[in-house]
Design a protein. Structure first.
Length: 94
């Protein structure tokens, strides 16, 4: 069994270098840009609100957005030994 450096145990966050090549990275980035990165929000009293101090943007790639990316995410799943069904939808941050 492979062991990866852990950043956090709950939720499980690990580091794994060199899973994707440049072409695969570009495909994910272009898909995210095509969906339109949105300013990240914060949770205030169980409501998602804009925070002018946040500068990051992101987007979730839901299953219907992933047409053409399924092979890439399947490769990630296999490399990490975590079935796709056990993970959250892929999230691209900038």
């Amino acid at each position: 069994m492979d062991f990866f450096p852990y950043l956090h145990s709950e939720p499980r966050i690990v580091v794994r270098d060199n899973i994707l090549n440049l072409k695969e990275c570009d495909a994910i980035i272009n898909a995210a840009k095509g969906l339109g990165l949105k300013r990240n929000k914060i949770n205030v009293d169980n409501k998602q609100v804009d925070d002018p101090t946040r500068t990051s943007q992101g987007v979730y790639l839901l299953s219907h957005h992933m047409i053409g990316l399924n092979k890439i995410f399947s490769h990630i799943s296999t490399s990490m030994k975590v079935p796709l069904g056990y993970s959250e939808p892929p999230n691209v941050q900038r």
